[in-house]
Design a protein around this ligand. Structure first.
Ligand code: DP6
Length: 325
């Protein structure tokens, strides 16, 4: 580690959130935060977390300029484990998108933090290792180290780590995502708690694991062929299956609002009419619609006029996490 005493040195790193088309839901190792399933995601441009770190007399965290003691405990415990023997660090993190947009701020947050702290301490990990470290903070964060379309594979053998592959660069296939925000309240049950509840109580959890690899391979093949229809089919199947699984937990995890259903049905209607659209949802009521760049403006127009849609955010595919200064 270098520059231990230089308290004036500031490192800035930026990372984008990502949206999974093939979903991660459930862990095989909660201590190391190893997902039980692989996943495949789109890294988004435009939306970003920017994180500044510097040496300090004690650990401090601000999120969007306000002290964040609740998040600080998870964050500094993560840093203690992943950068053992580290000095105290001041972390200031800002999201340029509302947390309530249902975009995983933990993904871009842990990705930017890992990259920034690695640079501050001079640890010198490569991108793949940084992704594994970020993933041990939040599973989806591993994918935000890479841009474009990213595949996460689970460990081959117990004790191994996850493996990340960028299967397409952002420019290879101009997809866009439109987030339909239908509610701006906080999440009912967060992902970490929700997926543990599901693993422990759902009678369908075994079936979810059993069929997951096939979805991942189908999606990877669709990306390789730039076959939007094939990608749309597996994307909708994966998120519908995940929500069916969530509903089968005890107590059930019901993230949908009536407006979510309206949007999903409308997207299905548009696809039936030949539009290149499909959608997905995460641990919240917002609906994320995937389309081709040429159609993104008209899809956004359609979606924002639906009742119950409060706002929309449109984002093309973006780059992986990067150091700014
Ligand atoms: C529904 O990565 O937030 O968005 O590893 O516990 O931090 P932790 O979970 P997190 O879960 C993301 C779940 C999801 C699907 C996905 O992004 O693959």
């Amino acid at each position: 580690m270098t520059d231990q005493n230089d308290s004036t040195r500031r490192i800035t790193a930026k990372a984008h959130p990502n949206i999974a088309l093939v979903k991660y839901w459930g862990k095989v190792d909660t201590e190391r935060n190893i997902p039980a399933t692989g996943s495949l995601s789109l890294t988004l441009d435009t939306l970003a977390t920017t994180t500044v770190v510097q040496h300090a007399e004690r650990d401090t965290l601000t999120l969007n300029d306000a002290p964040a003691p609740r998040e600080a405990s998870r964050l500094f415990t993560f840093l203690d484990r992943t950068f053992p023997g580290r000095p105290s660090i001041a972390v200031a993190s800002e999201n340029n998108f509302p947390t309530a947009a249902g975009l995983a701020s933990s993904a871009s947050g842990f990705a930017a933090l890992t990259l920034a702290v690695d640079a501050l301490l001079g640890t010198g990990h490569d991108t793949h290792r940084l992704a594994q470290i970020a993933g041990s903070g939040s599973g989806s964060a591993a994918r935000s180290l890479y841009g474009g379309i990213v595949r996460l594979d689970t460990p081959q053998a117990s004790g191994d780590d996850i493996h990340l592959t960028q299967i397409a660069e952002a420019a290879d296939w101009p997809l866009e995502v439109i987030v339909a925000v239908v509610n701006d309240g906080p999440k009912a049950v967060g992902s970490t708690e929700g997926m543990e509840r599901t693993r422990l109580t759902s009678p369908y959890y075994g079936a979810w694991l059993e069929h997951h690899a096939a979805d991942l391979d189908r999606a990877t093949e669709a990306v390789g062929k730039k076959d939007f229809d094939a990608l749309a089919v597996v994307t909708e199947h994966s998120f519908m299956k995940m929500h069916a699984l969530m509903l089968s937990a005890q107590p059930a995890l019901l993230y949908w609002l009536p407006a979510s259903l309206e949007v999903v049905r409308h997207v299905q209607h548009l696809r039936g009419q030949g539009w290149p659209v499909c959608c997905t949802m995460d641990a919240g009521p917002q609906v994320k619609i995937v389309t081709l760049a040429d159609d993104a403006v008209r899809v956004q127009f359609e979606v924002e006029s639906l009742p119950g849609v409060r706002s929309t955010i449109r984002a093309p595919l973006g780059q992986g996490a990067e150091r700014l200064a």
